[in-house]
Design a protein around this ligand. Structure first.
Ligand code: NAD
Length: 234
C-alpha cells in the first residue's frame, strides 16, 4: 500500500462549526492569543486559561466530524494513511481515522503543569464532565492543566510527524495557513518524488509557488475531488 500523509489545520474543522483563527469572529479578540495560547499567559492567569479551554471543550462536544474528516478516514481502505494535525479537536478520530498525530495537543485531555509531557500524568476528561478546575491535581500533585502545546513550549510529536512526512508517497495539506512553526516546516521533509496536494478555499501564498496540486475548495468538496483523483490511479 502506498503511504498517504495528511497535514491538517483549523480549516479542516471549519465545516464542523469550529472557528479558524482568522475568521474567529470575536473569540480571539476577547481572548488574545498571547494570553490563552502561550505558556507565559498560563503562568500569568491560569484560571482564565483553564476556563477558556473548558469553553472550547464544551463547544467541541456540540460538533460532529464533517464530510472531509469522513473521506480522510475512508482513505485507509486504499492507502497506509497517517493524519498529522495541528488541531486540538478529536474530529479525525471521531470520523474513524486510526493513526492521528496531534502536533499541538488534545483538547479532551489534561496533564501536569509541572511536566506536561509525562505520559503518567496525561488523562482523558470524561465527556459528561469535561472541565478542569483550579485545585484539580495531576498524578504528580501539580495543578491539572489542558494538554495543549502552547507557544513557548516544545513540540514533542514533531519527530514522529517528520518520520511520516519523509516516508510519504502522497502528502496532502488541508486547511492550514502554514503560519505556525515548526508544523509548517513539515513540507520541507517530503521527498521531491512524492505527490503534493493542497485543499484550501483560500490557499496560502507561501505554497502556491511550489510544485503542488492545488484544489481550491473547502475540506468536504476538496476531499471528494481528491478521492476521485487518487482512487483512479489504483
Ligand atoms: P489558520 O486559521 O491560520 O488557517 C486556516 C486555513 O483554513 C486558511 O488557510 C483558510 O483559508 C482555510 N480554510 C477556511 N475554511 C476552510 C474550509 N472550509 N476547508 C478547508 N480550509 C479552510 O489555521 P492553522 O494554519 O491551522 O493555524 C492556526 C493554529 O490554531 C493551529 O496551531 C491550530 O492548532 C490552532 N487552531 C485549532 C483549531 C481546532 O482544533 N479545530 C481551531 C482554531 C485554531
Amino acid at each position: 500500500m502506498k503511504k498517504l500523509v495528511f497535514l491538517t489545520g483549523a480549516g479542516m474543522s471549519a465545516e464542523s462549526g469550529i472557528s479558524t483563527f482568522r475568521d474567529a469572529g470575536g473569540l480571539w479578540e476577547k481572548y488574545p492569543v498571547q494570553q490563552v495560547a502561550s505558556i507565559e499567559g498560563y503562568y500569568r492567569d491560569p484560571e482564565l486559561v483553564i476556563t477558556f479551554y473548558n469553553q472550547r471543550r464544551k463547544q467541541l462536544l456540540e460538533c460532529l466530524p464533517n464530510e472531509g474528516h469522513r473521506i480522510v478516514a475512508e482513505m485507509e481502505k486504499w492507502f497506509d494513511t497517517t493524519v498529522v494535525t495541528q488541531n486540538i479537536d478529536n474530529l479525525h478520530e471521531k470520523a474513524g481515522s486510526s493513526h492521528v498525530i496531534h502536533l499541538h495537543g488534545e483538547l479532551m485531555k489534561a496533564t501536569s503543569s509541572r511536566n506536561p509531557n509525562d505520559s503518567r500524568c496525561i488523562t482523558t476528561l470524561p465527556e459528561e464532565r469535561p472541565f478542569i478546575k483550579i485545585g484539580d491535581k495531576a498524578a504528580d500533585g501539580s495543578q491539572l492543566r489542558p494538554f495543549i502545546v502552547w507557544f513557548g513550549e516544545s513540540v514533542p510529536m514533531m519527530e514522529p510527524a517528520i518520520e511520516k512526512a519523509m516516508e510519504a508517497d502522497i502528502f496532502v495539506v488541508i486547511g492550514t495557513s502554514l503560519n505556525v512553526y515548526p508544523a509548517a516546516g513539515l513540507l520541507n521533509y517530503v521527498r521531491p518524488t512524492a505527490k503534493l496536494y493542497l485543499i484550501d478555499p483560500k490557499p496560502a501564498s507561501a505554497v502556491s509557488a511550489s510544485n503542488i496540486h492545488i484544489i481550491k475548495k473547502g475540506a468536504g468538496e476538496g476531499m471528494k475531488e481528491l478521492r476521485q483523483l487518487l482512487t483512479e490511479e489504483i
